[in-house]
Ligand binder design. Sequence first.
Ligand code: MLT
Length: 392
Amino acid sequence: MQINEHFANLHESYLFARVAERVREYEQEHNARAIRLSIGDVTRPLAPCVIRAMHGAVDDLSRAETFRGYGPDATSYAYDFLLSAIQNHYKKRGVALSFGEIFVSDGAKSDLGNLLDLFSVEKVLLPDPVYPAYADANLLAGHKIIYAEGREENGFLPMPEEGKGADLIYLCSPNNPTGAVYSHAQLKRWVEFAGRHGAILLFDAAYEAYVTGNFPRSVYEVEGARECAIEVSSFSKAAGFTGVRCGYTVIPNELVRGGVRLSSLWKRRQACKFNGVSYVTQRGAAAAYSEEGERECGEILAYYRENARILKEGMNGCRLFSTGGVHSPYLWVKCPYGTGEQFFELLLSRCGVAVTPGGGFGAGGERYFRLTAFSSREDTAEAVKRITELLT
Ligand code: MLT
């Protein structure tokens, strides 16, 4: 027996784990709390209607008449009330989904890696920079990775290039870490490219709730996507579920390869490797997508947007180029000199502020660092004050 040799291709620890460890070290050495603008972890409490729904669900579990055990396996353990809430969420964008096309999970990250179980692929195409979990999952699976470069010159929105195809293409819009968002026309070019080459798009919509204006929030807003795209989304950043854990994957019925519906394969895969999301969590998630939930979560998103505005203004004041922060809770900041890794150390050691070094998102991020708007207002303002004092 041999261990999976592909582990050797990974960095020793996952980007956010490495950053968190270094921040803990700093805190111990200095006996001080660092301000965390690093991992995109939310800090605001859950919306009141979500809390009420979860309390109600706990009460259901306390009575024999309303008790629930395993979720309904006909729909991958998701309850109709949540499937219906997700269906309704998409309907608002003009996207019609059937229950059998929606698969509820414990979050986008797991699905984005687990989906690889469906395919036997050689080559995958990833944007650079992008969320590092895609590369890690594909390296572990032994896939060859090629990159589509997102740079300042193309607004961090790489477009398809003939001759640079792959079996699987990951897209993240709004992009983590740059906050760049594809227009309908741009996304259509990716859909057409995938269609021409028989590729599958894995579309990460985890940040769709941050989109403002007339940009697509779902890949299915683009014609032809039902034949070539899987969409993965999450309640983490939209409703503050980073700790609660709930997401979902959409696999349209038209997505067929080798004569097989991919949704059937995924259902089969989930049946043997997954047991669903808790009833309490599903009740909370459904509440987040209710009208009341959208309003209350909208207020929380507005809080984070204001943080992003404060960060942006602060970086402008330091004369640092930055992007993002509008359709996204992240600000992508260019280092005035040196690397993102050096800035990470500098800002931690001199300001007690933890950021994420851009190189962790890909080679294209080496000269950048990422700030998250998910902190408290006080910490956000204090971080800007300290960085400004250091850099101006
Ligand atoms: C991030 O900071 O990029 C994300 O929060 C990490 C994650 O979602 O796993």
